[in-house]
Write a protein that binds this ligand. Structure first.
Ligand code: GLA
Length: 382
C-alpha cells in the first residue's frame, strides 16, 4: 500500500526544554496542548507537543523497558498521548543514542528496537534523538541509522528528529540515515548573540536545508524574555524586534518551528510573531527550498535572503545584524533579473500585511538594529 509522506514541511510544535528544563510533567504537557488550541497556535500550523529530557525514571524496569517518572507522569505516557491526540495534536518524546541521555537518564543505546516499540505503543509521533554518552567506537551516523530502522519497524509513523549539534559534518550524511530533521548547532540561548551566531553558522549550508530532512536550528526562544527554569538557556532575554528577526530567519532557512516559551502565558507580541501566517507560509512552502544570501550596499552587517517558493513567488528578507539602523538596498539584477527583461516584482509585506505594489529595478528600506523585513514577491511584466 502506498503511504503518505510522513513529513511535507518543517515540523511545527512546542518543546519543554528551553523553559521547563527538568520540570516536565503530565500537567505541563496537557495544559500546553490546551494552550496550543486556545491561543490559535494549532490553527496556525503547530502540531507537535514535545517532551524533552528528564521524563523517565533513572533506571529501566526488570524487562529493560523505560519507565516514565512516577511523580511527573503518574498516569503513564499513553494517557498523555491520548489527551494530546484528542486535541488534534501529536506527541513528541526524547531519547538519546547513548547509554545515558544528556541529563543522565537512560539512553536508547542497544535498546533501540524495544524503545521504539514502546514509543509506538504509547502513541508517540515524534522522537528527538540526542547524541550524548555514546561509545566512542561507534559513529553517531550508525546509531542514527539504527534508530531510524527501529522506528520504521515499530508499527507507527514516528518522525525522527536527530539532535547531533552539527558535529562530524552531519548535514552531509544525515539525510541518508532516514532522519527527518537534524540539529545543526549547539544549544540556543535566549540572547541575541546566540540567535545571530546560529543563523550565521548555517548560511553556507542552505543547500542541505530542504525537503525530506530539514536543518533544525534549535528550539525557538521567541517570547521567553529571559524567563525559564533552564539555567543554560534562559539568560538575558531579547527584545521583541530580535524575536521577530529570529522567527523570520528560522522560517527562511527552513528550520522546524518549535516554540520554547511558556505558550500558556505568552504576551500579545509573542502570539503575533508565532502565528504570523505570511511568515509561516514561507517556512511551510511545499517546494521546500531554502534560501541564498545576497550582500547589500552600505552596511557590512546587513544582508538579504532570497527563497524561491512554489507558484513562482519568492520570499525576500532584509536583515540587519548591526547595532545601528541600516539602509538595505536590493538591486534586482543581483537576484538574476536583468534590466532588459522588463520584469518587475510586486511586494507584499509579510510583517505588516500591506501590499506595496509593483517595484522595478530596486527596492530599499531602512531596517532597525537587529531587525528585519520580509516580503513575498512575484514577478510581473512592467
Ligand atoms: C542536549 C540537547 C538539548 C536538550 C538537552 C537535554 O543538550 O541539545 O536540546 O535536549 O540535551 O538534556
Amino acid at each position: 500500500m502506498k503511504k503518505e509522506m510522513l513529513l511535507k514541511a518543517p515540523p511545527m510544535g512546542w518543546n519543554s526544554w528551553n523553559t521547563f528544563f527538568d520540570q516536565v510533567t503530565d500537567d505541563l504537557i496537557c495544559s500546553t496542548a490546551d494552550a496550543m488550541v486556545r491561543e490559535g497556535l494549532k490553527d496556525a500550523g503547530y502540531e507537535y507537543v514535545i517532551i524533552d529530557d528528564c521524563w523517565a525514571e533513572k533506571s529501566r524496569d526488570e524487562k529493560g523497558l523505560l519507565v516514565p517518572d512516577r511523580e511527573k507522569f503518574p498516569r503513564g505516557m499513553k494517557a498523555v498521548a491520548d489527551y494530546v491526540h484528542e486535541k488534534g495534536l501529536k506527541l513528541g518524546i526524547y531519547s538519546c543514542c547513548g547509554v545515558h541521555t544528556c541529563a543522565g537518564y537512560p539512553g536508547s543505546f542497544e535498546h533501540e528496537f524495544s524503545d521504539a516499540r514502546q514509543f509506538a505503543e504509547w502513541g508517540v509521533d515524534y522522537l528527538k534523538y540526542d547524541n550524548c554518552f555514546h561509545p566512542a567506537t561507534l559513529s553517531s551516523e550508525m546509531l542514527y541509522r539504527r534508530m531510524n530502522l527501529a522506528l520504521r519497524s515499530s508499527g507507527r509513523d514516528i518522525l525522527l528528529a536527530a539532535c547531533q549539534w552539527g558535529r562530524d559534518n552531519v548535514h552531509e550524511w544525515i539525510r541518508s540515515t532516514g532522519a527527518h530533521t537534524f540539529r545543526s548547532t549547539i544549544d540556543i540561548q535566549d540572547a541575541w548573540r546566540s540567535i545571530e551566531s546560529i543563523a550565521l553558522s548555517q548560511m553556507e549550508k542552505t543547500a542541505f536545508c530542504g525537503s525530506g530532512c530539514y536543518n533544525d536550528m534549535d528550539i525557538l526562544v521567541v517570547g521567553m524574555y529571559g524567563r525559564g527554569l533552564n539555567p543554560e538557556t534562559s539568560i538575558g532575554g531579547c527584545s521583541t524586534v530580535e524575536y521577530q528577526t529570529h522567527f523570520v530567519l528560522w522560517a527562511m532557512l527552513n528550520s522546524p518551528l518549535i516554540m520554547g516559551c511558556d505558550i500558556r502565558s505568552m504576551n500579545d507580541e509573542t502570539r503575533k510573531i508565532l502565528t504570523n501566517r505570511d511568515v509561516i507560509a514561507v517556512n511551510q512552502d511545499p517546494e521546500g527550498r531554502s534560501c541564498h544570501k545576497l550582500p547589500t550596499y552600505g552596511s557590512p552587517d546587513a544582508f538579504i535572503l532570497v527563497k524561491q517558493l512554489s507558484g513562482g513567488d519568492m520570499a525576500i528578507g532584509f536583515f540587519n545584524f548591526g547595532d545601528a539602523a541600516a539602509h538595505v538596498e536590493l538591486h534586482f539584477w543581483d537576484m538574476g533579473l536583468p534590466l532588459s527583461c522588463s520584469m518587475g516584482l510586486s511586494f507584499h509585506d509579510c510583517l505588516t500585511h500591506e501590499d506595496l505594489g509593483l517595484q522595478k529595478e530596486s527596492f530599499s528600506r531602512k531596517v532597525e538594529a537587529h531587525g528585519c523585513r520580509l516580503y513575498r514577491c512575484s514577478l510581473q511584466e512592467m
